[in-house]
Design a binder for this molecule. Structure first.
Ligand SMILES: [Zn+2]
Length: 272
């Protein structure tokens, strides 16, 4: 009985979500914004064609790929800020792909699982926590340095990828600082950019956001899509998940919808 009720609840939720999305697509589609933030997790070789298609589309539309340092420099310049969250060796494998597509990306890294520093158990527990079931190989310190020296930006994503609002403020601060400090030690340079684990509105607080800027980050990224027409601030860069398993039309629609009111009322994204 309970299982049937849960199934009905899921169906109802999906129906409501799809209906809201369809209304937003009709009423709130404002075309592509000048500044676009997209993020990915891993990038497996099976997804290279879809990634290439995404990059070629934006190049053809006159967008330049940038990092958080230059994303907002010229308000009129069409820019795409491409970032990747968590920790995957697959990012390092994709360096030739990024080079071929003239993309410099930003990689937000969890430090608990750096391959030559962590135990197998720590690495397994990390990917369990993310519920990630792809190729579970994290970056080594030398691969992190090579990504950095290939012109990409390395940012912090906390040490362990816990949900920050489930921790005390002090624990959240320690998680963030530990990833910043460990990455700075590996790279030998300041780490100036941060993205929240999970990254929706309920996963961080305003107090935490302002502390991040006080502690030396020059940008903080979330994972709240559909705010892309709101005008970015370095302390709140909005990013929309680009799903490489879905067609470009689906992803472009997500970027074009203005869902500010929806997220304000519900705390959730209209695109899921
Ligand atoms: Zn993450």
């Amino acid at each position: 009985m309970a299982i049937r009720d849960a199934g009905v609840a899921t169906l109802l939720k999906t129906f409501v979500h799809r209906s809201i999305r369809s209304v937003h697509e009709t009423l709130c589609n404002r075309g592509l914004p000048t500044k676009i933030g997209v993020y990915f997790h891993s990038i497996e070789s099976g997804n290279y064609d879809a990634f290439r298609e995404m990059a070629e589309f934006f190049h053809a539309e006159g967008y330049r790929f940038t990092n958080p340092d230059t994303f907002l420099t010229d308000p009129d310049e069409r820019c795409v800020y491409v970032s990747f969250d968590d920790n995957y060796k697959a990012w390092h494998d994709a360096i030739p792909l990024f080079d071929a597509l003239d993309i410099t990306a930003t990689f937000f890294v969890n430090t608990v699982c750096v391959r030559d520093k962590a135990s197998d158990a720590e690495i397994a527990a990390y990917y369990e926590r993310l519920e990630f079931d792809g190729t579970r190989i994290p970056l080594s310190t030398s691969e992190l340095r090579e990504l950095d020296s290939a012109g990409h930006t390395i940012g912090a994503h906390t040490h362990s990828h816990f949900q920050l609002t489930a921790l005390s403020f002090e624990q959240a601060q320690a998680e963030i600082l530990r990833s910043k400090n460990e990455l700075e030690e590996i790279l030998g340079r300041p780490v100036l950019h941060f993205s929240y684990p999970f990254g929706m509105r309920r996963h961080f607080s305003e107090q935490l956001r302002s502390w991040c800027m006080d502690v030396g980050f020059s940008s903080v990224s979330n994972a709240i899509p559909c705010l892309l027409h709101a005008g970015h601030k370095p302390s709140g860069l909005n990013r929309c998940l680009w799903n490489l398993e879905m067609p470009p039309s689906y992803n472009l629609s997500n970027i074009s919808i203005d869902g500010r009111h929806f997220v304000k009322i519900t705390g959730r994204s209209v695109v899921g």
